[in-house]
Design a binder for this molecule. Structure first.
Ligand SMILES: NC(=O)c1ccc[n+]([C@@H]2O[C@H](COP(=O)([O-])OP(=O)(O)OC[C@H]3O[C@@H](n4cnc5c(N)ncnc54)[C@H](OP(=O)(O)O)[C@@H]3O)[C@@H](O)[C@H]2O)c1
Length: 267
């Protein structure tokens, strides 16, 4: 299943800035004539800018719909409405993509042992995991056949012992595990877990400004500084698009931005 030149419908969460914006711009460049993109996030002005950037290059060829949507509170009915609308607008397509990119860092200013606020924990998991499951299920129900691909924007933090990342890492590991099971159940759906690697975005600046660990703060500040080695968002998504275009990956596999597979052997 190759993106380039195909008539697509593509839903991207967290498309207003950072890595999600870079994904939206790249899909906007590659999608074939007649494609429809649905961009989700809370910030309408930023979504409009992304929409404008795509349509100024692809006017009359690619339709970009935006929706102000808080993934953390959206209901099944709201997601269904958005998906049905984009399906109707798109008409017959060659392929349907869902790229689940939206996420938050969580309370990185607290240690794991300080997490006693159950509302905070529930709200965090609602946005970063529960809604991820919901949007995936409703997407597959809305597009029940044909070429379909679902992508989880994950993180290497899910597989390391790291300070400050507790809830973030747990939610990412849960998303990865969930998508491995979707890959096992849905043989007709291409499923990918993708870790963009350390990237210069607002999320990374949040680590540098607010993490309780001085070591982590310094790592983030150094990596995002002028001579730092963290990636720009457009570089962080290069391998993602190579994987999607080549379409040779095993469904459910976790890939790092360097193109390396994470091998998990559970016997
Ligand atoms: N940056 C890194 O170093 C790095 C490394 C590994 C993995 N990642 C992953 O890459 C993805 C993108 O991260 P990023 O660094 O680009 O983050 P970011 O700069 O903080 O952007 C996050 C995106 O998610 C959206 N979002 C946040 N809360 C939302 C909500 N409640 N409802 C809807 N949308 C929401 C934001 O839009 P609004 O604010 O407009 O809603 C924004 O578009 C995440 O899954 C992250 O975990 C990042």
């Amino acid at each position: 299943m190759v993106l380039h030149g195909q008539k697509l419908v593509c839903v991207i969460s967290g498309a207003s800035r950072g890595i999600g914006r870079a994904i939206a711009l790249e899909v906007g460049k590659r999608a074939g004539a007649g494609s429809t993109l649905l961009l989700l996030a809370r910030n309408s002005a930023r979504l409009d800018l992304v929409q404008h950037e795509i349509t100024k290059q692809r006017a009359g060829e690619v339709t970009v719909q935006t929706s102000i949507c808080d993934i953390g509170t959206a209901t099944a009915a709201e997601f269904t409405q958005l998906l049905n609308d984009v399906k109707t607008k798109a008409g017959q397509v060659d392929a349907a993509y869902l790229i689940q990119n939206a996420a938050t860092l969580g309370p990185g200013d607290q240690r794991a042992s300080q997490l006693t606020d159950t509302a905070l924990i529930s709200n965090y998991m609602q946005l970063n995991f529960n809604s991820f499951v919901l949007l995936n299920s409703l997407f597959l129900q809305t597009f029940p056949s044909g070429h379909r691909c679902v992508v989880n924007i994950s993180s290497g933090a899910a597989y390391r012992n790291l300070e400050c990342f507790h809830l973030y890492a747990a939610a990412k590991a849960a998303r990865d595990a969930f998508y491995r099971c979707v890959a096992a159940e849905e043989k007709g759906v291409r499923v990918l877990n993708y870790n963009p690697g350390p990237t210069i975005t607002d999320m990374q600046h949040e680590i540098g400004d607010h993490a309780w660990s001085e070591e982590l703060k310094q790592w983030s500040k150094k990596g995002t500084s002028g001579d730092g080695d963290f990636l720009k968002p457009e570089q962080a998504v290069e391998v993602l698009f190579t994987l999607l275009e080549e379409d040779k990956y095993e469904s459910g596999t976790f890939f790092n931005a360097g193109g390396k597979e994470l091998s998990i052997e559970l016997k």
